[in-house]
Design a protein around this ligand. Sequence first.
Ligand SMILES: Cc1cc2nc3c(=O)[nH]c(=O)nc-3n(C[C@H](O)[C@H](O)[C@H](O)COP(=O)(O)O)c2cc1C
Length: 148
Amino acid sequence: MATFTVIYGSTYGSAKTAALDICDELTALGHDAKCLHSPTAESVTDSAVDCLVVTCATIGMGEIPSNLMPLFCELKDTLPQCEGQRYAMVAFGDSSYETFIEAPLQLEELLHDMQMKPAIERLVIDAAEVSDPEELIIPWVNSLLDTL
Ligand SMILES: Cc1cc2nc3c(=O)[nH]c(=O)nc-3n(C[C@H](O)[C@H](O)[C@H](O)COP(=O)(O)O)c2cc1C
């Protein structure tokens, strides 16, 4: 059994639904997964967690969704070092915008600065092409589990 913390940055609900689906899938497979609605820096840097899973949309001119802004600012200010810890990113966006998946890319840059490493290649959900994110997310979760 592995342990996961799942967080989301979502304005209209797609990334939140994805986070809840990921949490449900991991739990159904016997893992310990928590979806945090208001994550703190301590909760996302907990070294007892095997993988931090982030689902994040992009809104406006590449902005980070407001529910993740407090965490983003706190981590940017304090830059906690998380060597040996891993994350997995699901990036939501729309390729018709110039700032395609800008927010998840910014978050990933921050996680890299914190020395976290990707457990798996980011999953990109392009709203211009994908009508049912769950169809991509469930196989991706299974590939993520293969990496642990
Ligand atoms: C007002 C608005 C602005 C958006 N801006 C961007 C953007 O700058 N870059 C991008 O990649 N996607 C952009 N999108 C697409 C969203 O990221 C995409 O629809 C995503 O699935 C929304 O996730 P959410 O439902 O969790 O908020 C925008 C969507 C809306 C409605």
